[in-house]
Design a protein around this ligand. Structure first.
Ligand code: SF4
Length: 188
């Protein structure tokens, strides 16, 4: 398992998770959700089998971007993605988000998928359900899907939802120093 069937790799995406990310779009998906945004990704032979060393070098070359695995469904090539993820975690400090049509529980129950899951920071899980489509949702397409905080979920044995906070520096407002205005020499 040294190659992944890839549709494309995009640098500095901003819609597949927070901040800038290198997004790996793989081919191959068995979920066939009605209303899928990318049905041409279902057939794994539509991608180009690419060695994980090549993919890793592309990821590493972008010093500031984190990483997203998407597709298609990365959980349909779990062992090769797990190998890539292990290398990313061993040699960089990048976070990994992974999109999949499988639920967290289904990934946990499959030894191969679990191998990938164990290296993922956030799993965007569940099939796309057209009747629950909501374009106002951040980083996901339908309301049934979840942003699962994988390390916390594995640690606690329960699904923990990742709470996205775009302004972590304002978490503790007591740390924000009051501003004292001075108007023409008079403190107000
Ligand atoms: S899991 Fe994603 S790529 Fe696969 S069919 Fe569903 S929406 Fe499409």
């Amino acid at each position: 398992m040294t190659e992944i069937s890839i549709l494309k790799i995009e640098d500095d995406t901003t819609v597949d998770g927070p901040g800038f990310r290198t997004s790996i779009y793989c081919a191959g998906c068995n979920n066939h959700c009605p209303g899928c945004h990318n049905p041409q990704s279902w057939d794994i032979s539509n991608g180009v089998f690419t060695h994980i060393d090549v993919i890793f070098e592309r990821i590493k070359a972008n010093r500031f971007s984190n990483v997203t695995f998407t597709g298609g469904d990365p959980m349909c090539q779990p062992l090769a993605f797990a190998r890539l993820a292990r290398r990313i975690k061993a040699e960089t400090d990048k976070t990994i988000w992974c999109y999949t049509g499988y639920t967290y529980e289904e990934c946990l129950a499959s030894p191969d998928k679990k191998e990938l899951l164990e290296h993922v920071d956030v799993l965007v899980d569940g099939r796309f359900i057209l009747s629950q489509k909501d374009e106002s949702l951040l980083f996901k397409g339908s309301r049934n899907q979840r942003l699962v905080d994988v390390p916390k979920s594995l640690l606690t044995g329960r699904v923990q939802i990742f709470e996205y906070n775009p302004f972590p520096e304002f978490d503790d407002l007591s740390l924000v120093k009051p501003v004292r205005l001075v108007v023409e020499g008079v403190a107000v």
